[in-house]
Design a binder for this molecule. Structure first.
Ligand code: ADP
Ligand code: GLC
Length: 501
C-alpha cells in the first residue's frame, strides 16, 4: 500500500518539552508510523524547554509571517529530529509566546504559579495557541512538507481543522488536505471569550452553536471536533464515556452528534524509553526472567532516594502523576492512613495543584518513616518509581488512555487502577478466577470510593505476603504484555486512510 504523508501537531513532545502523556504520544506515534514506511513530520512551539534542552535544534532558513488579529508576526522555523530517529520535527520560534517556561520561577508550558502558590493559566493562552495553529498553516509551504493529513491533538491545536477546512482549502497547497483531531483529555477545552474570534481571523458567521460557539464562548476543542474529518480519543472505552454526561464535560451532546466520525485507539508504549531491560535509570537491569533477582535493587535505590528505611520486606506503593483531581488523589489521601496500617511505604512523584502539594507535604511530615514525596517534574525518578515500587497506584476518576499503567506492567509493578477509560481497556484484574486462568495483570476496582481502593490494595497485599507464587505469576503476566506502538500505529494508519478516501 502507498505510504502516507502525515503532519502531527502538538503543544508538547517528549524529549523536548513535556507535562504529561500527550508528549509521549507525540514523540512515539510519529516514529512508529515512520517505521511502517510513512513520511511523518512533527510541529510544536519552540518553548524555552526546547531552547535550553538536550536535543540539538538548528534554525531553518525559513521565516514565516503569521497573522494574529490585525498584526503580522514574523518568526523563524527551527528544526531537529525526534530522538533516536530521523523523523523531522519543526519548531515555531515566537519568543513573546513561547520563551517563558521556567520550572524554578514556577512557570510551566500552559500555567504559572501565582503569589498564593496556586496555578493559573497564562492570560494569553488563546492568543498563543491561535498563533501556533495559524503558524503551522504558514510553515507547511515554507518547509515544503505538504501533508495529506494534519493530525491535531487536544484544544491547543483545535483550530487547525478549522483553518484547513474554512480558510486554507481555497489554496492549491491545502486543497486536498484532511484532518484528524485526537482528544487526549476532554476536561481541558480551551474556552475563551468571543473576542478571541478576532484574533483567529476566522469569519464571524462560524460563531454559532453548531460550530465554534459553546454557551457564548469560543471553544477550541469543540472547534476541532466539528471541523476535523475524523475524531478519536485515546481508548475505546473513553470514546464511549465522552458521550455520557458523567465524562463528557458538557460536550457529550456534540460527541453523540459526531459519533459517525468518532473512534478510540489506545496509546502504545515506546519500549525504547520504557523497558527495565535497558533502562539507564535503574541500578540493575531486568526482564521477565530476572525480575525477582534484579528488581529488588531498584526498590532499595528508591527507598534510599526517598529517605525511607531500606527494607525489602515492606511493600512500596508508588504513584507518578500530574497532581490533579483526575488522578484520584482524594481517594489516595483518604485511603493512605489505611495503607500505612497495612505496613506499606508510600512514594509520590508529582506536580500540580497546590492543595495536593500541601496535603502530601503534611502527610509526609507526619509519617517520615513511611512516606516519601518529590513534588516536581523529574523524568529519571519516574522510571525508578516504576521499577522500585511493588504496586503502582492509578485510581483515576477518569483516564482517557493512561501510559503509566502500561509502563508499570513492563516494569513488573502491577498497577492498582480504577476501571475507567484506558485503564479498563488495558488492565486485567487479578481476581481469583483470572489468576487461575493466568491472565491477571493488575488490580482494578469500579466504584470511585476510598473503600474500594483500600480493599483492592489489601487484596493485592494478601497475595504479595501470603501467596507469593500467585503474586509473582501476576508480575510475569504483566511483564509479558505487549503494548508497543506498532499495533496502535496501524490503527491510526487505517484512520488516516479512511479520512483520505
Ligand atoms: P497524563 O497524560 O494524564 O498525565 P499519562 O499516564 O498518559 O497521564 O502520562 C503521564 C506521563 O507523564 C508519563 O510519562 C509520566 O511518567 C509522566 N509524568 C507525570 N508526572 C511526572 C513527574 N512529576 N515527573 C516525571 N514524569 C512525570
Ligand atoms: C491525557 C490523558 C492520558 C493519556 C494522555 C496521552 O493527558 O490524561 O490518559 O494517556 O493524554 O494520550
Amino acid at each position: 500500500m502507498s505510504s502516507l504523508r502525515i503532519l502531527v501537531a502538538a503543544s508538547e513532545v517528549a524529549g523536548f518539552a513535556k507535562t504529561g502523556g500527550l508528549a509521549d504520544v507525540a514523540a512515539a506515534l510519529p516514529r512508529a508510523l515512520a517505521r511502517r514506511g510513512h513520511q511523518v513530520a512533527v510541529v510544536m512551539p519552540y518553548h524555552r524547554a526546547v531552547r535550553f534542552g538536550r536535543q540539538e535544534v538548528t534554525p531553518t532558513p525559513h521565516v514565516i509571517n503569521v497573522p494574529v488579529g490585525n498584526r503580522l508576526l514574523a518568526c523563524r522555523v527551527m528544526q531537529s529530529t525526534l530522538p533516536k530517529s530521523d523523523v523531522p520535527i519543526f519548531f515555531i520560534d515566537a519568543p513573546e509566546y513561547f520563551d517563558r517556561d521556567d520550572a524554578v520561577a514556577g512557570r510551566g508550558l500552559y500555567q504559572q504559579t501565582m503569589p498564593g502558590g496556586y496555578k493559573a493559566d497564562y492570560p494569553d493562552n488563546a492568543e498563543r495557541f491561535t498563533f501556533f495553529s495559524r503558524a503551522v498553516m504558514e510553515a507547511i509551504p515554507a518547509v515544503g512538507f505538504i501533508p495529506q493529513v494534519i493530525h491535531a491533538n487536544d484544544w491547543q491545536t483545535g483550530l487547525l481543522p478549522v483553518y484547513v477546512s474554512e480558510m486554507m482549502r481555497v489554496w492549491p497547497t491545502y486543497a486536498r488536505m484532511r484532518s484528524l483531531f485526537t482528544i487526549h483529555n476532554i476536561a481541558y477545552q480551551g474556552m475563551f471569550n468571543r473576542g478571541v474570534l478576532e484574533l483567529t481571523g476566522l469569519p464571524g458567521y462560524l460563531f454559532n452553536h453548531a460550530q465554534l460557539e459553546f454557551h457564548g464562548h469560543l471553544n477550541f476543542l469543540k472547534a476541532g471536533v466539528v471541523f476535523a474529518d475524523a475524531v478519536n480519543t485515546v481508548s475505546p472505552t473513553y470514546a464511549r464515556e465522552v458521550t455520557t454526561a458523567e465524562y463528557g464535560c458538557g460536550l457529550e451532546g456534540l460527541l453523540i452528534q459526531n459519533r459517525h466520525k468518532l473512534s478510540g485507539i489506545v496509546n502504545g508504549v515506546d519500549y525504547g524509553e520504557w523497558d527495565p531491560a535497558h533502562d539507564p535509570n535503574l541500578p540493575e537491569k531486568y526482564d521477565v526472567d530476572s525480575v525477582f533477582v534484579h528488581k529488588p535493587a531498584s526498590k532499595a535505590a528508591l527507598q534510599k532516594e526517598y529517605g525511607l528505611p531500606v527494607d525489602p520486606t515492606r511493600p512500596v506503593l508508588g504513584l507518578v502523576a500530574r497532581l490533579v483531581s483526575q488522578k484520584g488523589l482524594d481517594l489516595v489521601m483518604s485511603a493512605a492512613p489505611g495503607f500505612l496500617d497495612l505496613g506499606c511505604q508510600l512514594v509520590f512523584l508529582g506536580e500540580g495543584d497546590r492543595e495536593f502539594h500541601d496535603q502530601l507535604q503534611s502527610f509526609r511530615d507526619k509519617h517520615p518513616q513511611q512516606v516519601g514525596i518529590y513534588l516536581g517534574f523529574h523524568e529519571p525518578l519516574a522510571h525508578l518509581v516504576e521499577a522500585g515500587s511493588d504496586l503502582f497506584l492509578m485510581p483515576s476518576r477518569y483516564e482517557p488512555s493512561g501510559l503509566n499503567q502500561l509502563y508499570s506492567l513492563r516494569y513488573g509493578t502491577p498497577p492498582v487502577v480504577r476501571a475507567t477509560g484506558g485503564l479498563a481497556d488495558t488492565i486485567v484484574n487479578a481476581s481469583e478466577e483470572n489468576i487461575k486462568a493466568g491472565v491477571g495483570t493488575g488490580f482494578s476496582f469500579i466504584d470511585y470510593t476510598a473503600h474500594a481502593l483500600y480493599e483492592t490494595v489489601k487484596w493485592a497485599l494478601t497475595l504479595y505476603r501470603t501467596r507469593p507464587d500467585d503474586f509473582r505469576s501476576v508480575v510475569r503476566t504483566a511483564m509479558r504484555q505487549d503494548w508497543s506502538w506498532d499495533r496502535s500505529a496501524e490503527r491510526y494508519e487505517d484512520l488516516y486512510r479512511k479520512v483520505l478516501s
